[in-house]
Structure formats: structure tokens, C-alpha cells
Design a binder for this molecule. Sequence first.
Ligand code: HEM
Length: 133
Amino acid sequence: MKEEISKVRLSYGRAISKRNFLSRFYTLFMQSNPVVARKLAATDIVKQQELLSQAVNMVILFPQGNKIAKNAIKRIRESHNRDGLAIKPDYYQFWIDSLVVALAEHDPEFDAALEQAWRDVAKGAIAYIADGY
Ligand code: HEM
């Protein structure tokens, strides 16, 4: 897992340095499902992109047991639960699938092994957030 995490961190660094990466993720995410589009309809996308860029870092650091990441992911778990944003567990697949497509388009070194590394690394935080529903 340690090796996968460093590969994923480097991949994220390459993708995020491209200007349109985050907005492309949002477009893909909004188009992934009508419920996602509806939930995000009133969102301030610029503000949201900044929060998201930090949140992805937290998702990457989560499986190593990083304390700051654990707290950040716990807060997202609480804000997204049934009493908050009410994001049903089924919708997290659209989040990771959209992220993977945006990464594939923006990280020049993206390949099947890197996609698997991303999915493995993100799995823990996503399961933890979704389980809080
Ligand atoms: C691992 C996956 C996800 C992460 C890391 C994440 C992260 C975040 C963060 C950091 C925020 C900012 C506000 C807050 O901290 O609560 C946020 C807001 C939000 N998220 Fe997520 N999210 C994820 C998945 C999803 C999914 C699947 C949906 C489904 C539609 C969603 C819908 C929203 C909405 C509606 C907001 C509020 C936006 C606003 O303020 O207008 N999120 N998310």
C-alpha cells in the first residue's frame, strides 16, 4: 500500500498542475448521474474545487492512518450523511469513476496499473465515508 500511495501522490501532483483538471472532474461528476447533478446544482464550483483539491489529498493520506486525514475524512463522513447532504452510499462510485477519467486525461503517465492504485488507495476513505450514511 505504501508504494501505491506514493505513486498516487505523484500522479495527483501531475494532474493537479494542469489547469483544467478539477473543472473537468466536476463536469464528469455532474454528468455521471442525474442525482449527482441535482445535488450539486446550487454549488459554488470555484469554492468547491478548492475544497475538493484538499479533500483528495486527505483521501490519499487516509489509508496510512494519518491523523489529520482521519479527522478531515471523519468531517466529510458527517457532512455527507443522511442528516446532512444525504449522499447515499451508491453515489460514491460516480465520484471515483469521474476522478479516474479526469486523471487519465490529465496525468500523462496514467495507465491501468495506476488506475488500480488509485482505486485501491481511495477505497478506504470512500468506504469509511459511505458507511457513515
Ligand atoms: C470520497 C468522496 C467525496 C469527498 C472526498 C467529498 C468531499 C467534499 C467536501 C470536502 C465538501 C465541502 C463541504 C464539506 O466538507 O462537507 C463536499 C461538499 C459536497 N459534496 Fe462531497 N465528497 C465526496 C463525495 C460526494 C458525492 C458522491 C456526492 C454526491 C452527489 C457529493 C456531494 C456533495 C455536495 C452536494 C456538497 C455540498 C456542496 C455545496 O456546498 O454546495 N460528495 N464534498
